[in-house]
Design a protein around this ligand. Structure first.
Ligand SMILES: Cc1cc2nc3c(=O)[nH]c(=O)nc-3n(C[C@H](O)[C@H](O)[C@H](O)COP(=O)(O)OP(=O)(O)OC[C@H]3O[C@@H](n4cnc5c(N)ncnc54)[C@H](O)[C@@H]3O)c2cc1C
Length: 301
């Protein structure tokens, strides 16, 4: 049966959009491969009234509540292609018949690619962190590291300094300019040149940052700006316009999260420069409203 909307990616953005459409009694299929970006963290913060709940738990609750709506279908798997035009899109999922739909939402999120330093990946979301607003409070002050991965890392260090005593490990990145050095000095950030060799266990649950020159620094947490990559290439294959931001290439959308391709919407980390659960959920709500309005007024409802 043709769907009103197919949602590729049932994370925070996708499920928020589905919720709006389900409550408008529209037929919506959510395709999800089950690997939300924050799955590495045991707790989420900064989400009103859900402080400390894990992202996976929040999503499981949302899925359970959505499943009570009779027009909602869940499909566990990965959408690997989509084609067609407004009112007649086809989505391919391995092991299933192609799904036909009038509207399409791309909400597959992004992935964080970390520098290739031993000891980093296994600590991601635990003591190797991406955002002080999400996880800085729990560190409880004390020594904190910031690993330089890009010019903006110096600014990240200046911000993280509100949560503890920060050391910026330059790790081979060029020395910041004079203005940035003055900012780091004002923010009491100490600069540590040298290449990081390995991240290992330190004393008292701390991390030990070991430099190639043999020096070591024990910190309570290490912030790292990962390389951000949109997941999949369905947006490109449909012809959606992309736009460059400080956080990488995202899908360009208008205020109701419509892309440049009629009938295709995008919401979540893949369509905004910096996301968190609340912001992408709001984008998903907007996309749900946009798709519903479009189904009513610009299609053949
Ligand atoms: C370690 C870590 C901790 C974080 N902690 C917090 C926090 O405490 N508070 C906070 O507000 N934010 C936090 N964030 C940010 C938050 O996780 C993201 O902003 C949020 O997950 C983005 O939601 P989304 O719906 O865009 O994508 P995601 O949540 O990543 O969901 C995308 C979904 O789409 C699926 N998918 C992708 N491609 C396909 C496809 N082709 N077919 C089918 N399914 C597909 C994926 O499997 C996934 O389930 C954290 C991020 C990280 C990295």
């Amino acid at each position: 049966m043709q769907q009103d909307a197919v949602i590729i990616g049932g994370g925070f953005a996708g499920l928020s959009a589905a919720y709006i459409l389900a409550r408008a009694r529209r037929h919506v299929t959510i395709i999800d491969s089950g690997t939300p970006r924050n799955r590495f963290a045991a707790h989420s913060h900064g989400v009103l009234a859900l402080d400390g709940k894990s992202g996976l738990e929040i999503l499981a609750d949302a899925r359970a509540q959505l499943a009570a709506y009779p027009t909602v279908t869940f499909l566990n798997g990965e959408a690997h292609a989509a084609q067609g035009t407004i009112d007649d899109f086809h989505v391919d999922v391995a092991g299933h018949e192609p799904i036909t739909t009038r509207r399409l939402l791309l909400s597959g999120g992004i992935e964080d690619r970390l520098p290739d330093i031993p000891g980093l990946t296994e600590r991601w979301g635990k003591t190797v962190l991406h955002c002080p607003y999400c996880h800085g409070y729990e560190i409880g002050g004390g020594p904190i590291g910031v690993l330089s991965t890009q010019p903006m890392s110096a600014h990240q260090a200046a911000v993280v300094a509100d949560w503890g005593d920060v050391t910026l490990f330059t790790n081979g990145m060029p020395e910041p300019d004079e203005e940035t050095l003055a900012l780091l000095e004002r923010r009491k950030v100490s600069l540590q040149p040298g290449t990081v060799d390995v991240i290992e266990a330190g004393t008292c649950d701390r991390l030990r940052v070991r430099l190639k020159n043999g020096r070591t620094f024990d910190v309570k947490a290490l912030f790292v700006a990962a390389d951000l990559h949109r997941r999949g290439t369905i947006a490109e294959s449909l012809g959606c316009t992309l736009t460059e931001t400080p956080a990488g290439m995202i899908i360009a959308t208008d205020t109701v999260k419509a892309t440049s391709v009629a009938g295709v919407y995008a919401a979540g980390d893949n369509a905004r420069a910096f996301g968190n659960i609340t912001l992408v959920s709001a984008d998903g709500v907007m996309a749900g409203l946009g798709m519903h309005q479009s189904l009513m007024f610009s299609g053949h409802s």
